[in-house]
Design a protein around this ligand. Structure first.
Ligand SMILES: *Cc1c(COP(=O)(O)O)cnc(C)c1O
Length: 493
């Protein structure tokens, strides 16, 4: 099975799609067809790693079984993820189950993909006969950057360069990045928001002259952003695994469906759930939760995608996004793989800042998705209420999902079992989380960590605690139109 572009250019193998990241026509790679999962019983009793191998080999058709095994075994270890469960489920009630995706080395869900991507990429490079060094260029709203740095650090044949919006990440997120260790890493702040950083990276990828210059220096660019197929495919695994766990624990019967709620930014995580559904995981409703940047909520209810609106900096910054890149893959799928239509919409988005999908596409979208949003005050209320009611401490992103789920149940009365994706440790956004449950919020980020531990009894993750004394290595700041120069500097060219 090969991978074609959402904008219509020719199909390539899985390994080529992973090496390229973005298709040459600016579109995103999608599988030509979706493999059907074997029944749930074939997964019951298997470890997360074994489940991952089955799902990944169905998509990575030009990888040998040994290559898939190697990637999975390197990535999903108990050492890196705290236990062999990798993505444990926490039962809040008979209907609400929290899927914790943040037990990896950076305490956020991006690790689920970025611990395995470097291995998928190095295998893919070997298969594609590439001898150049691959430089991973990342625009991050916070968590991807750190997770990419951590995943790629000191992986032979790779470099990793991260751009983050100067005013759009938390102090801990910034510290995690600028203290990064490793001999192949680089970090710079961009004067602008996430979309500025992402547009800067995209324009570098499509700049032929600049890429030729890099190539002369033995470097090819690739992307670790959630547009890379190698990022997306590992995310399908945890929805399959969540389904199997629900059946194993008797929370649902074989064949019974469930809902999934995802706190959404770039639309990667929720798209992986949709792809799991296409493979046969019985997901009934997919609920798309947004913060005050509610462009997706409006789009899913009206069919009008309009990015010409105020950009809000919220307490769930990893979802502060006005252009959700992976939505393109979803639209491609539900429009019957109409690359002309999709290209048109993306062109309108670029030139007019908005597009309207047709009635057919809108109704297909609404069959699958339900959308809602909440503001910061509601997010904080939800953290407090969840803590009081269930003694469960949710981070700000997860709280957005919990709130939107609550609104969904109130509106629809749907009592189906529901999996709520939890995307970050409560420690990662400690200031907001502590403020929601306690009067006593210290100024200092590290005292906040200690205070949360005292209050909740959850131990401070080691990787966050040790940031306190780590020296900062990277202080570069650049305007969005000077990112090409920053790349050169960071690559020593
Ligand atoms: C990246 C991220 C999200 C958004 O995920 P998308 O795949 O971009 O929709 C939500 N929460 C956290 C903590 C994240 O890091």
């Amino acid at each position: 099975m090969n991978y074609k572009s959402t904008r219509g250019s020719a199909a390539v193998s899985a390994s080529a799609a992973i090496v390229k990241g973005l298709a040459p026509d600016g579109g995103l790679y999608v599988p030509e067809s979706f493999p059907a999962l074997e029944g749930v019983s074939t997964f019951v009793g298997l470890s997360y790693r074994e489940r991952a191998k089955k799902v990944l080999s169905a998509f990575l058709r030009d990888f040998t079984p040994e290559e898939v095994d190697h990637c999975v075994e390197k990535a999903y270890t108990a050492e890196k993820f705290g236990s062999d469960e990798i993505a444990p489920m926490h039962r809040l009630s008979s209907t609400a189950h929290v899927l914790e995706l943040w037990h990896g080395p950076t305490c956020a869900f991006k690790d689920m993909a970025l611990q395995i991507l470097p291995h998928l990429l190095t295998v893919s490079m070997r298969k594609s006969g590439i001898r150049d060094e691959v430089a991973i260029l990342v625009a991050t709203s916070g968590d991807t950057g750190k997770a990419a740095l951590e995943g790629f650090r000191d992986v032979d044949g790779t470099r990793v360069l991260v751009f983050f919006p100067r005013d759009g990440v938390s102090n801990i997120q910034r510290k995690q990045m600028v203290t990064q260790e490793g001999k192949n890493v680089g970090v710079a702040a961009v004067e602008g928001n996430f979309d500025d950083a992402q547009n800067g990276v995209k324009s570098i990828f499509t700049d032929a002259e600049y890429n030729a210059f890099l190539k002369e220096n033995g470097i090819v660019l690739s992307s670790a952003n959630s547009i890379n197929w190698g990022r997306l495919v590992p995310q399908i695994v945890y929805y399959v695994s969540a389904w199997v766990s629900l059946v194993e624990k008797g929370e649902i019967k074989e064949g019974e469906s469930f809902n999934v709620v995802v706190p959404t930014g770039n639309f990667g995580n929720i798209l992986a759930a949709y792809y799991a559904k296409k493979m046969g995981v019985p997901i009934a409703r997919l609920i798309c939760a947004s913060n005050a940047n509610d462009v997706l909520t409006e789009f899913i209810s009206t069919g009008v995608y309009n990015r010409k609106r105020d950009f809000h900096l919220t307490i769930s910054p990893s979802m502060d996004i006005l252009i959700s890149s992976n939505l393109e893959r979803f639209l491609y799928d539900i429009s019957g793989e109409d690359s002309e239509k999709v290209s048109g919409w993306m062109e309108e988005l670029k030139t007019d800042g908005e597009y309207h999908v047709d009635a057919d596409t809108l109704s297909k979208m609404q069959e699958i998705l339900w959308a809602g949003s909440c503001d910061d005050a509601e997010t904080l209320d939800t953290i407090r209420e969840t803590y009081e009611k269930y003694a469960y401490l949710a981070d700000t992103h997860t709280a957005v999902a919990l709130r939107v789920y609550d609104n969904y149940v109130k509106k629809t009365g749907d009592a189906a079992v529901t999996v709520i994706a939890s995307t970050a440790s409560p420690y990662k956004f400690g200031q907001s989380v502590l403020g929601a449950i306690s009067e006593n919020v210290p100024e200092d980020d590290f005292e906040i960590l200690e205070e949360i531990e005292k209050e909740s009894g959850l131990p401070v993750p080691k990787a966050l605690g040790e940031l306190r004394t780590k020296p900062e290595r990277f202080g570069m700041t650049c305007p969005p139109d000077k990112m090409r120069d920053a790349v050169k500097t960071l690559l020593d060219l």
